[in-house]
Design a protein around this ligand. Structure first.
Ligand code: UTP
Length: 277
């Protein structure tokens, strides 16, 4: 039903300097797989096989990752290392990849608007690969597609965060439909704890309807001088057109060093569990 997924990957990743001076933050590996591949696998699992990247300077390694590497593949062909490329080969075979560049880093909202040329007039997923998500029974994006199918409006994934952390996120509030779904009425980007309408934070998973592009075109820069997707979504929320979804599963903030280390420990432990591949 939703076939396209947008990956805004143009950010500078300054929290990981000097590692991100020449290397995209999305190529940092958790164990042996780069963050961006976890994200694309999640999109693919949700039925999205048209993968669109909004990139920037120094991000070329992402394009190379989603392409065949003839020399290396030839070199390891027939050895026991061959199976380490299985997961990326499947994505390369089953998905198409397209790229456009955000020329000025004007914020996530601007990055999503830059992606319009690759998306067109249809609903689409957005994954911020530095939020690494592990869904309970299926991937978080696959869960969100089901929410979209039911409500037919934009969907944002949210989780409860400690009060002292609300100023790092877009925060939502509204009318609870049930334990997992909230019809959003109010959203605010990075509020001070005393101004936050709740502790439900938007994380890096969205399903957006194409009307968002028209709204983004008229959204002025907000917090931090950047065009905020939260501000544009607020316009839709006022019309009762955005659902917050509290997903069952975990999320690691791999845009921060602490979250990245947590994710690494988690996946390392999973890998060492009896029966793990
Ligand atoms: P972040 O707020 O994590 O910023 O962006 P960042 O620049 O990547 O990292 P730090 O804070 O400097 O360490 C959230 C997401 O939005 C994308 C980023 O690539 C990331 O996936 N983004 C942000 C863009 O694509 N363009 C922008 O102008 C800003």
């Amino acid at each position: 039903m939703i076939t396209k997924c947008l990956f805004p990957v143009a950010g500078y990743g300054t929290r990981f300097l000097p590692a991100t001076k020449a290397l995209p933050k999305e190529m940092l590996p958790v164990l042996t797989k780069p963050l961006i591949q976890y994200g694309v696998e999640e999109a693919f699992q949700a039925g999205m096989n048209s993968i669109a990247f909004v990139t920037g300077r120094t991000k070329r390694a992402i394009e190379d990752h989603f392409d065949i590497s003839y020399e290396m593949e030839h070199k390891i062909s027939g050895t026991n290392k061959e199976n380490q490329l299985e997961s990326i080969r499947e994505l390369i075979d089953q998905c198409t990849f397209s790229y456009t560049r955000q020329t000025h880093m004007r914020g996530l909202g601007d990055a999503i608007l830059t992606g319009e040329t690759l998306i067109g007039a249809q609903p689409f997923g957005v994954i911020l690969a530095d939020d690494l998500c592990v869904g309970e029974s299926e991937g978080v994006m696959a869960q969100m597609v089901k929410v979209y199918a039911k409500y037919r409006c934009s969907v944002v994934a949210v989780e409860e965060v400690p009060e002292q952390d609300v100023s790092k996120y877009g925060i939502v509030s509204g009318q609870a439909i049930d334990d997992r779904h909230v019809m959003i009425r109010d959203m605010v980007e990075k509020p001070d704890p005393e101004d936050a309408p709740s502790n439900l934070a938007i994380i890096g998973r969205y399903i957006l309807t194409p009307e968002i592009f028209g709204i983004l075109r008229h959204t002025p820069p907000g917090k931090g001088g950047e065009v905020q997707i939260t501000d544009a979504l607020q316009t839709l929320a006022r019309k009762g057109r955005v659902i917050a979804y509290r997903f069952p599963g975990k999320r690691f903030d791999c845009g921060s060093v602490e979250g990245f280390v947590e994710a690494t420990n988690y996946f390392f432990q999973q890998r060492n569990e009896p029966g793990a591949k």
